[in-house]
Design a protein around this ligand. Structure first.
Ligand SMILES: Cc1cc2nc3c(=O)[nH]c(=O)nc-3n(C[C@H](O)[C@H](O)[C@H](O)COP(=O)(O)OP(=O)(O)OC[C@H]3O[C@@H](n4cnc5c(N)ncnc54)[C@H](O)[C@@H]3O)c2cc1C
Length: 258
């Protein structure tokens, strides 16, 4: 790892100002993606800005028609949250399927989404729930619909000087499930993931690991298999992934309907 400056801002404003300073700046949340990249020297960095001391980025808050999940909320906190368990089983299942207890205790919801892996486990359930991403930068606050948030592998709609402060989810409860297919039983990224939600009689389906970004698709197994754009890689061939989408989407739809 090459040397870099290290900052621990205490407020969002301070973090935004540091992020906009000259040089290659990177935000640190749980560090479970970032530190791996830094150690492999994949990302040149002049300054690491640790968000962990900003208390306002933590926690799950119900207010009016929305539940807001702070960007620093850990995957373990999502897994244990009664609010999540009561309303959105698919989101809880995705949290429970991720990595290992040790990684889940460090990894954050914001980091999972901002890392923008096509296989990010939280993305398909949040796509089904029509979540909104709250971004803060020097020009103030804005919300980005999650369907417009992912721009490609490792790329999001955030400007270079914007921070994701939270994820806002419409508070309506949803029946549904999350199915993750891996080559190992634990500590593996998805070969294919499928989330399905029934919200006020509307059935929604989203896929992970089968396109450059996680995607929402029509609630039909055949259409999902046609619409996805998988690649061959170390985990599976594109053809196998497409067949998995057909089978797993069918199972998820049947389970959500029962
Ligand atoms: C052993 C292992 C197993 C894993 N298994 C899985 C798995 O099964 N499923 C899965 O989805 N992921 C998995 N991951 C990846 C990783 O743990 C998750 O993506 C995690 O949620 C990242 O969160 P973090 O807080 O650690 O992010 P960090 O590493 O701190 O940050 C990730 C990226 O997001 C940016 N970022 C972080 N927070 C913000 C913010 N608030 N605003 C703007 N940008 C921000 C950082 O600058 C960085 O570019 C695994 C990782 C490891 C090491």
């Amino acid at each position: 790892m090459r040397p870099f400056e290290y900052e621990e801002p205490r407020s969002i404003e301070e973090a935004v100002s540091l992020l906009g300073a000259p040089g290659k700046n990177r935000l640190l949340a749980g560090g479970t993606d970032l530190l791996v990249r830094l150690k492999r020297r994949e990302w040149p960095v002049d300054r690491v800005i640790n968000l962990k001391r900003i208390e306002t980025l933590r926690g799950i808050e119900e207010r009016g028609d929305w539940v807001t999940v702070g960007a620093l909320t850990t995957i373990e906190e999502l897994e244990r949250s009664e609010v999540v368990a009561k309303r959105w089983p698919l989101l809880r299942e995705a949290a429970m399927e991720m990595a290992s207890p040790q990684v889940r205790a460090m990894a954050t919801a914001g980091g999972n989404l901002c890392n923008a892996s096509p296989a990010a486990d939280l993305a398909p359930p949040l796509l089904c729930l029509d979540a909104q991403m709250i971004a803060v930068g020097p020009r103030g606050e804005r919300t980005i619909a999650i369907r417009s948030f992912f721009a490609g592998p490792g790329r999001t709609a955030l400007a270079p000087d914007e921070i994701l402060t939270g994820i806002r989810i419409p508070s309506a409860p949803a029946r549904g499930c999350f199915i993750k297919f891996c080559t190992r039983r634990a500590m593996d990224l998805a070969v294919v993931s499928v989330a399905c939600a029934v919200v006020s009689k509307e059935t929604r389906l989203a896929l992970g690991a089968v396109a450059p970004t996680p995607i929402r698709v029509a609630a039909s197994a055949e259409e999902a298999a046609m619409r996805c754009a998988p690649i061959d890689d170390v985990r599976a061939t594109a053809e196998y992934r497409r067949e998995l989408v057909r089978v797993l989407a069918g199972r998820a739809l049947a389970k959500a309907a029962s």
